[in-house]
Every structure is written in C-alpha cells, then in structure tokens.
Design a protein around this ligand. Structure first.
Ligand code: ADP
Ligand code: MG
Length: 589
C-alpha cells in the first residue's frame, strides 16, 4: 500500500512537474494534502542531489520515529534508479518506507528526484498483525490440511459408525442370545421331560425372569424325579410284597393240602371257605359239597353233629379254642374224631371266623385201647398172682396140718385163714378200684364254686397230715363254673395223695387258682417239693397202671385226666422250682 501510494505520488509529481523549484510551494501544499489523502505517516521528497524538497509529516506519530536515518535509502534509489523499500524498527513501532524515483520530464532516463512514503505501524498494531499473520499462516496451513482433515473426519465418522453398528449388532446378538439360548435349552429340556427323562437340568445362566423360569423348571424336574423314584420304589416294594404274598399263599395252600389232618374253615358269615383233601378223605365227602355253603346247613345235611357242637360252642362261648372228641357215622361206619377249633384273628385282633382241625382217632384209640387193656390184663394177672401164692400156701399148710392131726392145728388154722381173708380182701379192693375206673359215671354238671371243693379237700388234709404245710392262693375273681363236685374232689384227692407220697408225708404243698380272663378258663395248679418227675415219666404218668410205687395202682392220674377231659379241660405236668412237681389243669368258665 505504501509502495502503491508512493508510485501514485511519484506519477503525479512527474506529470505536474512539481519538482521544479518554481513549483516549490505548490509541491509542499500538494504533499501535505496527499499525506492526508492517503493517510500515511509522512511523505518526504528529495531532489536528485539528495536535498530535501519537502517533508509532510504526521505530528501524531511519536517523536523520533520519523527522524530515523533515511539518506541511505534515498542514495540507493538515486544510484540504482529503481524502487527500494525499508523497514526500520523504532522503540514504539515500525516504520515502513517506500522510496520511488521520480522520472525527469526533460532528460530521458534520468531521475528528477525521489519520493519516500512512510507508514508507521505502532507496536500494538504490530503485535496484532503478527497475531493475525500467525493466525493467517495457521489458517493457510489448516486450509492446506482441509481436505486431509475432512477425509480423516469422514474416515473417523465412518469407523465410529461401523464400530457402533458392530457393537450394536453384537449387543443385540448378545442380548438375544441371553434370551434365546436359555429358551432353546428350556425347550430341549421340556422335550426330554416329555419323553420321560426326568433327570434333565437346564444349566443356562440367566438372572431375570428367564432365570426364575429355569430355576422353577429345574426344581420341577427334581421334584418330579424325586416323586417318580419314590413311586418306583414303592412299586417295587409292592411287587416284591405281592410276589412274597403269592409265594406264601401258595406255600400255605400246599401245607393245607398236604397235612394229614382235616381242615375246615368258616368265615364270619358262617360260610365254609376251606375244606382240604384230608378232610375229604376222613369224612368221605367231596370238598365241593362244603365249600361256599353255610356251615350250619352242611353239618346238618351230612350229620356232622360233633362239628355242629364245636361250632355252636365257639359261637356261644366266644372262646378262642376248644378240644372235642366225638363220634361220627361215616357211611355206616362209626369213627372217633378229635376236633380242635380255633378262632382266627387278624393282626388288629379282628374276628375272621373259625378253623376246625380234625383227625380220625379211631385207629389210634383202638390201638391205645388194645395197649391199655394188655397193660391192664398184665397188671391184673400180676396183682391176682401176688395174693394167690400166700392163699395157696396157706391152704396147703392147713391141709397138711389137718391130715397130720398136728397139735398146733388151731394156731395154724387161725394163721392160714387170716392170711386167706387178708389176701382176698386186698384182691377185692383191687377189683373195686378197677371197676371204679371202668365204670366212671358221666359227670353231673352244676354251676358252683370251685374254691368250695378246694377248701373242703384242704381241711381234710390239714387234719390228717400234720407235717404237711399247705399254702393256698385262690383268685377271688374266679366266677362259679360248671363241674361235677364228686369227680373234682377225686381229682384233688388224687393229686394231693401223690404229692404227699412224693414228699414222704413231710413238706410244703401249694395249691392255687387263677382266672384267665382272655381264654375264659379257670386254671388250677397243685405243686410240691418232692423229687419231681423225670421227662420220660412225664409222658407216661397218665397212662393207666403206670406206677413207680410198690403198692401203687397207677390209676390215680389216669382217672384225673379222664375227669378233666370229660370237663372239657386239659392237664399238664411240669417241674416245680427249685424242686418238686407241679400239675396244672384248666376248666372252661
Ligand atoms: N407229685 C408227684 N411227684 C412225683 N411223682 C409223682 C407225683 N405224682 C405222681 N407221680 C408219679 O406218677 C406215678 C403214677 O401216679 P398215679 O397214677 O397216681 O398212680 P399211683 O399213685 O398209684 O402210683 C406215681 O407212681 C409216681 O411215680
Ligand atoms: Mg396215686
């Protein structure tokens, strides 16, 4: 700008030819005007001889700035005949000077003078300018970088966009997988459960509702599995039990079918439910004529009185078991049967009916009878032989003395007849006992107190046997029962006699009664502290004529047993502690 102004002024100076000395005033005025016009700091015009023609200077410029040396610059222009510029540093700013030659109008190619236009750039402006300059450079640089930056930005945006897209997609997939995978697993597991596999567990990890769903599903399969295995276990146990029951039932059936005893069972409604092959054989009647029929009807039709009696008694007495011997007419043949009746109860003690077990005792009894009578015959022969010898000897002696006319005939006569009378007496006594046993009358039953009989016999023994201590324990709850007084007295007398004899008339004798409410029976025990009974003797004790005593008959216990069985009772023998024997019998209440 400074240069342009200087050139314009130089042109004007040349045109107007203002350098001529004549025009000096004009020049000064013109330059002052031009300085104002161009707004520069100063305009100085020099002649080609370096004389200062005019100086139009701005008075506002700080002093000293426009006094900076100028001659060097002017000399350069004069010598070089061309433009020069200079920039000089002042204390408060910078002075820019443009020196332009002014051509001469008269001499071609020669200089008329030099015009110097000065512009002052204050420090503040300089810094601003510098700042602007720097900014400009930066701007230019940036402008140069515009495209690469733009491209970079685009790239960056693109990369970020792609990244976002990827991550969004990935996130989407991730979230989707978080839902679909567990659901897929659940679906598979459900399928497995549907096919019966209850051991499946979904192990997909999820925390939200799907997690809860999976947890519930797992719990459900676990529960199902648990109950299924429990069910299977129960099923197995049941099957095993059934098999076991079947086996047992078959076994019991086999036992029932093969036992030698006849077996007949009656249920609670009175119907015959079992009738085994042995029963058919003994009674000579087919099972199908009994099974499924009412017991009362069947018994009546076939004349089975003993069965009817047993059944009636069990029904009436509410007792649990009974023993009975009876005779039956089976196809014109009289047989003796032993009947044992028992009430059947289940585990809860509920009544299930009755079972009757019976045996044909005909042959057994026959054999027993034969044996017994053989024994009786032997014994009787022996017993008769014993007194016969002294009788015979006495008779012979008497006869001899009589024919000898012996002087001591009187004494011998007396002796011999005495012996004969005594021996005949004992023979008679023996025969009495025998006929008593043979003709044991039918018991005359009356309801009375058993204790009365016991006390009666005790009184008898207290008086007769002073060395026997009698210990009596009677159960006062025992009600009156049915029995034949005379026969029961014989029972007690026989038992007491045996006990007293076993203890050699000296010792303690116990007698006690007890009421067995469950079995509804009166139980009586007689015990002593004698030598007791050996096991082999216990078997034979009750057989008629069994005795270990020199003067014994062996009929006492035989009679006792007969009486007790006639009363529907049973008698047993055992050993008493610490020593002695105990006889126990029971009677129905
Ligand atoms: N209380 C008892 N202690 C030991 N032995 C006994 C007792 N009671 C009976 N006996 C034995 O039983 C046998 C048979 O008795 P029993 O039939 O009364 O006939 P007897 O008394 O005539 O011998 C007796 O000989 C005796 O050996
Ligand atoms: Mg006796």
């Amino acid at each position: 700008m400074t240069v342009n102004s200087a050139r314009a002024i130089s042109q004007e100076l040349f045109r107007e030819d203002l350098l001529t000395p004549v025009q000096r005033d004009l020049l000064i005025a013109a330059m002052a005007r031009k300085r104002m016009e161009y707004g520069v700091a100063g305009i100085e015009v020099f002649s080609n001889k370096m004389e200062t023609l005019t100086k139009a200077l701005d008075s506002d410029i700080p002093s000293g700035v426009l006094d900076l040396p100028i001659s060097q610059l002017v000399l350069q222009v004069i010598n070089g005949k061309q433009e020069f510029t200079s920039v000089q540093e002042a204390q408060t700013g910078r002075l820019v000077r443009a020196a332009i030659p002014v051509a001469s109008g008269s001499r071609r190619g020669e200089l008329e003078g030099v015009v110097v236009v000065e512009t002052y750039v204050p420090e503040s402006l300089l810094t601003k300018m510098e700042g602007i300059g720097r900014q400009y450079t930066a701007y230019k640089q940036i402008k140069a970088m515009k495209n690469p930056i733009k491209a970079g930005a685009y790239l960056f945006v693109a990369v970020v966009a792609v990244l976002i897209l990827f991550s969004a997609t990935w996130f989407g997939f991730y979230v989707a997988r978080g839902i679909t995978v567990p659901i897929q697993r659940l679906a598979e597991a459900t399928e497995a459960v549907a096919q019966g596999d209850l051991s499946v567990q979904v192990d997909a990890r999820a925390t939200d509702e799907i997690g809860t769903l999976i947890e519930s599903f797992n719990r459900m399969t676990q529960d199902l599995q648990g109950s299924k295995s429990k069910l299977e276990e129960a099923n197995l146990t049941l099957r095993n039990t059934n098999v076991e029951l079947d086996r047992r039932r078959a076994y019991i059936e086999t036992v029932v079918d093969t036992i030698a005893a006849g077996l007949l069972s009656i249920d609670r409604s009175g119907m015959i439910t079992t009738f085994n092959p042995s029963a058919e054989r003994i009674l000579g009647l087919a099972a199908d004529r009994f099974k499924g029929r009412l017991a009362n009807e069947a018994f009546k039709e076939f004349g089975l009185d003993s069965f009817q009696t047993a059944y009636d008694r069990m029904l009436a007495d509410e007792r649990d078991d009974l023993d009975l011997e009876g005779q039956l007419d089976i196809q014109g043949k009289l047989i003796t049967i032993g009947l044992k009746g028992s009430r059947m109860r289940d585990e809860a003690n509920k009544d299930l009916g009755f079972v009757l077990v019976f045996e044909d005792l005909t042959e057994l009894i026959k054999a027993q009878k034969v044996a017994a009578w053989q024994e009786v015959a032997k014994r009787v022969a022996h017993e008769i032989k014993n007194p016969l010898t002294p009788i015979q000897l006495s008779a012979q002696r008497l006869r001899k003395k009589f024919f000898e006319k012996s002087p001591d005939l009187d004494r011998v006569f007396d002796d011999a007849t005495n012996v004969i009378i005594n021996e005949v007496g004992s023979l008679k006594q023996m025969l009495d006992e025998f006929s008593k046993f043979a003709r044991l009358p039918v018991p005359q039953m009356t309801r009375q107190s058993l204790h009365d009989v016991v006390r009666e016999v005790i009184t008898l023994y207290r008086e007769a046997q002073k060395d026997i201590e009698l210990i009596v324990e009677l159960d006062e709850d025992l009600p009156a029962i049915n029995f034949d007084r005379e026969q029961l007295r014989r029972v007690f007398v026989n038992l007491f006699d045996n006990a007293v004899q076993a203890m050699n008339q000296k010792g303690r004798l116990w007698v006690g009664t007890k009421y067995d409410t469950k079995r509804r029976r009166a139980v009586v025990a007689v015990a002593d502290e004698g030598p007791g009974i050996t096991p082999e003797d216990q078997e034979r004790l009750f057989v008629p004529y069994f005795t270990r005593k020199k003067t014994g008959t062996g009929l006492g216990l035989a009679i006792v047993r007969r009486i007790i069985t006639d009363h529907d009772g049973q008698i047993q023998v055992g050993n008493h502690h610490p020593k002695g024997a105990v006889f126990t019998f029971d009677l129905p209440v």
